[in-house]
Design a protein around this ligand. Structure first.
Ligand code: MN
Length: 247
């Protein structure tokens, strides 16, 4: 097995070290990750500046771009063969509900999925300091084993969230759907030392609706959450409604 590992917290993050190390149980691991934190980069590509690769040590490459750049660079320029699996994470912070649309972690898996490569995004559901990345990484290997053994349905990649606890305290994975955020927009508004106003997008814990069957509901109850995602953003239920419009 050839496994490519990336993330959006940057190549020096604890989560990618734990994930890359754990994945060596399944095969050869190559890390291609941003050279610094690129959280909330979404699915952005760098189009207006060049990209450079910095080899950190054997099999570990930092790129001065986004997570999506890393997947592109890794697959098209750096890995000798197409990887069998791309894993992204383990993100420091949940990627649940509507928040996944901002996520560089999820976008990296999305990019691999666009290239037809099985892909999984992993996140640890806490923004507080945590020493459970290794616990989560061991669970990540179990999930990756299932993906390798069974394959994924067409056009599907996985968004996995782990509760922030030791592995023996995590409850078994539940297959979930993407939940809904109750949006509490928070922009901090302050004045800098020179008297100018500045604004900072808030980073409070997401407020998500605790509905059964959702990613958030599972994580709230200490289950591992596995949500199958796809890239068809069409709202199929609205097609017949809009078809009634006349122009
Ligand atoms: Mn991140």
């Amino acid at each position: 097995m050839n496994i490519m590992v990336t993330n959006d917290d940057g190549i020096h993050a604890a989560g990618i070290r734990a994930l890359a190390e754990a994945m060596t149980a399944l095969g050869t691991v190559t890390v291609v990750a941003p050279d610094r934190e690129r959280s909330a980069a979404g699915h952005s590509l760098t189009l207006h500046s060049p990209l450079r690769i910095f080899e950190q040590h054997k099999g570990w490459y930092a790129v001065d771009g986004t997570p999506t750049d890393c997947v592109n660079m890794g697959i098209h320029n750096m890995l000798p063969i197409t990887p069998d699996l791309v894993v992204s994470g383990i993100n420091h912070g949940a990627n649940l509900g509507d928040d996944i649309t901002y996520s560089g972690t999820v976008a990296a898996a999305m990019e691999a999925n666009l290239m037809g490569i099985p892909a999984i995004a992993f996140s640890l559901a806490t923004f507080a300091p945590s020493n459970h990345f290794t616990d989560a990484a061991l669970m990540a290997v179990q999930i990756a084993r299932q993906v390798i053994a069974n394959g994924l349905p067409a056009d599907t990649f996985l968004n996995v969230n782990f509760p922030d606890c030791p592995q023996d305290k995590m409850l078994p994975p539940l297959i979930t759907r993407q939940g809904k955020r109750s949006f509490i927009g928070k922009i901090v508004d302050k004045t800098d030392p020179r008297g100018r106003k500045y604004f900072w997008v808030g980073s409070e814990e997401p407020h998500l609706n605790d509905e059964p069957g959702t990613d958030f509901h599972a994580i709230n109850r200490r289950h591992v959450s596995i949500t199958p995602l796809h890239l068809d953003l069409t709202n199929h239920k609205s097609l017949p409604i809009l078809a009634e419009w006349t122009f």
